[in-house]
Design a protein around this ligand. Structure first.
Ligand SMILES: C[S@@+](CC[C@H](N)C(=O)[O-])C[C@H]1O[C@@H](n2cnc3c(N)ncnc32)[C@H](O)[C@@H]1O
Length: 269
């Protein structure tokens, strides 16, 4: 398993706590009766799929296409779903009425269809939102639903405080802005109507990780610090080295609290 895949597994419990249940309940109420055609883009190691089944959001006759651009993530998703009770059925994986097709490729090239529901979890902040939304919405049937949980929205907090937190966070968010946007959560609220969609529900899904750490959340925090290091090492010099050493020590001693502000958004086209 790669470090990134370990991170995606480790973030499962953090996401479980974060996901806005009101927005999710709204999604459940809006799902049409009968066979359902679902697509997820940037599905990672497939934990979003098993969660929706474990929580009873998806059941019955569901065809679920999960796309990720990295073939190794698709392979890891297959492994995860088999461990989560799915069984092989031809080239699909099935648990109860839900049949999953795993696809490796760039979602924005591979996406075609007439889906009832499109899901992108922790993905839209990585891409150009204005370019992406029309492509995503075009893959939905009229009245189809789009669910965008765990969308980063410009808040990174650490406790205890460190003198250069402000500079680190600003540079980290600036790095995200190179390809996607560190403010995607709130931007969605105006971008959806501009792309002829309607926002049905929105709510916060902040990651809140605090001592004592549960499950694999120490590893999760280690990955967050590695990501910040990868983004900023060249920008901030020796003071940043001190920041990283301090933060890693706090994770080892279970002293660090980390909060990331995110939004869940449900919309209809
Ligand atoms: C932050 S991870 C989130 C994974 C998963 N949705 C989750 O929340 O655990 C983003 C995922 O999107 C995938 N991804 C990014 N851009 C993509 C694209 N254009 N097409 C398909 N997958 C993409 C990455 O490979 C990665 O697995």
């Amino acid at each position: 398993m790669t470090d990134f895949q370990r991170y995606l597994h480790a973030k499962r419990t953090v996401d479980d706590r974060a996901i806005d249940r009101r927005v999710l309940d709204h999604l459940e109420r809006e799902l049409p009766e009968g066979p359902l055609d679902v697509v997820e883009i940037g599905a990672g190691v497939g934990t979003g799929i098993s969660r929706l089944l474990d929580w009873g959001v998806l059941s019955g006759d569901v065809s679920y296409t999960a796309i990720d651009r990295r073939a190794e993530n698709v392979a890891a998703a297959r492994e995860h779903l088999l461990e989560a009770g799915f069984v092989e059925e031809g080239d699909r994986l099935r648990r109860d009425g839900v049949a999953v097709s795993l696809v490796a490729g760039d979602a924005f090239d591979a996406l075609e269809g007439d889906y009832d529901l499109l899901i992108a979890q922790a993905v839209l902040d990585l891409v150009d939102l204005d370019g992406a939304l029309p492509i995503l919405f075009a893959a939905l049937s009229p009245g189809g639903l789009a669910y965008f949980p765990i969308t980063f929205d410009g808040g990174t907090l650490f406790d205890p405080a460190h003198p250069i937190d402000g500079r680190v966070v600003e540079a980290y968010h600036r790095d995200m802005d190179r390809e996607g946007s560190s403010r995607t959560g709130r931007l969605l609220l105006s971008a959806v109507p501009e792309a002829d969609g309607e926002v049905l529900a929105a709510g916060s899904s902040d990651w809140v990780v605090y001592p004592p750490y549960r499950d694999e959340e120490r590893e999760f925090l280690g990955h967050i610090l590695d990501t910040i290091e990868g983004a900023l090492a060249e920008d901030l010099g020796s003071e940043f080295e001190d920041w990283l050493t301090t933060r890693r020590g706090q994770v080892d001693r279970e002293e660090l609290t980390y909060v990331a502000h995110q939004l869940d958004v449900l919309c209809r086209v």
